[in-house]
Design a binder for this molecule. Sequence first.
Ligand code: ADP
Ligand code: MG
Length: 306
Amino acid sequence: MTQTPLNPGDSPLVREALSSVVSRETSATQAADPAGETSRVVEGGWPRPAKCRVIAVANQKGGVGKTTTSVNIAAALSMNGQRVLVVDLDPQGNASTALATEHRGDVPDVYQVLVDDLPLADIVKQVPDMPGLYCAPATIDLAGAEIELVSLVAREARLRRALTAYSAELDYIIIDCPPSLGLLTVNALVAADEVMIPIQCEYYALEGLGQLLRNVDLIKVHLNPTLRLSTIVLTMYDGRTRLASQVAEEVRAHFGETVLKTVIPRSVRLSEAPSYGQSVMTYDPGSSGAMAYMDAAREIAHRALV
Ligand code: ADP
Ligand code: MG
């Protein structure tokens, strides 16, 4: 009999991807601390962080659920009393679309903030019908930023500078990164306190993870000492396949508490919602995808920063 070919634990690729991070298992755990000193509880809502949590949602692979996760976690948080800004850092502008925020033509966008020093306040829009939820849109112009940033002063810290200068009172800033490890993602990681990595429950999903984690470490050492991998969220989980549960098990074995207990299932409603300019939280709140993202957001809100 031949060996099971798809056990991720047996794969040199996965071992390679994960070897650099095994030591995180113990260090990266964070206790849930809803009533602790680091958070304030609002009546009828979820605990508010003592200071704004800036979370970069990153993974250089495309199609793993970065945008879906950014938009729906942000919506769920805002529906529970949090003030949330989504920064769309992908020239595709998918997060802007899902949040019904104009990002075509010459609307001022993140590009102008990063390259032309436009204040963030000049581009942020309130998301229609979603009190407490805001979006900083990306237009296709942002595609040029990757190159134009190279010659600018403090090119890695442009977003951090813009966020620091932005005075609006916020509980969360969620940065939806593009599918690359270029200067846009570097800007997100320099601006953030936390990295959230969506991992699709499929075999190749772990490919490149080692590289992403090494980049996070490099940025931590050289540019942003407070950065940490706070959250891994398993996405597009198909409970009917053995592979999905194997990938989930493997990721949990290596990353421990960093992985949210909530797993995001495959759900058609999640992929339909953006074409209506909505998060799934309003498009179909009773769907499995909406309920999962609500649970995931609750977990995130109850995890205090150490
Ligand atoms: P990324 O931002 O990492 O490229 P997206 O969030 O855009 O990934 O997701 C890629 C595609 O998969 C999109 O069409 C999205 O609607 C769809 N999708 C994301 N998560 C799910 C899910 N849990 N179930 C079904 N489709 C999903
Ligand atoms: Mg995306």
